[in-house]
Design a protein around this ligand. Structure first.
Ligand code: FES
Ligand code: FES
Length: 159
């Protein structure tokens, strides 16, 4: 049995029929083709599937698609296309904060969440906020560098 689902994804109104057991991550990837949301552990540990729902970061492997009824969902594609995280993406590239890139969409969305609320976050706060996002390549140091540098640049710009 399928259910009618209506939600906004990256600003676009979407309606679809979905199985009640379908995860939000699978809906985005398989139904909408938004494959920037990655799946690693599929049980809420690695953070690869992180996206924003109504402004809050969530793990889309732990959320059913039907729970997103009437929600405003933002994926890495939306944040990239809008330019919201362009500076953060540039900092990741400049500081080699990604290698295989598998963790990167989740890292960027989690980092942006922190910087929106605490642009002056220090390295300890950055590490704490990212503690639910695993990276198997970089050793994290460069990721923290990129986020710290972006926060400082934003503060300077806003000053
Ligand atoms: S795939 Fe969702 S937390 Fe790992
Ligand atoms: S860049 Fe490969 S897992 Fe993070």
């Amino acid at each position: 049995m399928s259910h009618a689902l209506s939600l906004a994804v990256n600003g676009e109104r979407i309606t679809a029929q979905v199985s009640p057991r379908l995860h939000l991550a699978d809906f985005l990837r398989e139904t909408l083709g938004l494959t920037g949301t990655h799946l690693g552990c599929e049980h809420g540990v690695c953070g690869a599937c992180t996206l924003r729902v109504n402004g809050e970061i969530v793990r889309s492997c732990l959320m059913l698609a039907i729970q997103a009824q009437d929600a405003n969902v933002e994926t890495i594609e939306g944040l990239s296309d809008s330019g919201e995280i362009a500076d953060l993406q540039q900092a990741f590239e400049a500081r080699n904060a990604l290698q295989c890139g598998y963790c990167t969409p989740g890292m960027l969305i989690t980092a942006q969440d922190l910087l929106l609320h605490h642009p002056s976050a220090d390295r300890a706060a950055i590490r704490a906020h990212l503690s639910g996002n695993y990276c198997r390549c970089t050793g994290y140091h460069a990721i923290v560098d990129a986020i710290e540098a972006t926060g400082r640049a934003r503060m300077k710009k806003g000053a």
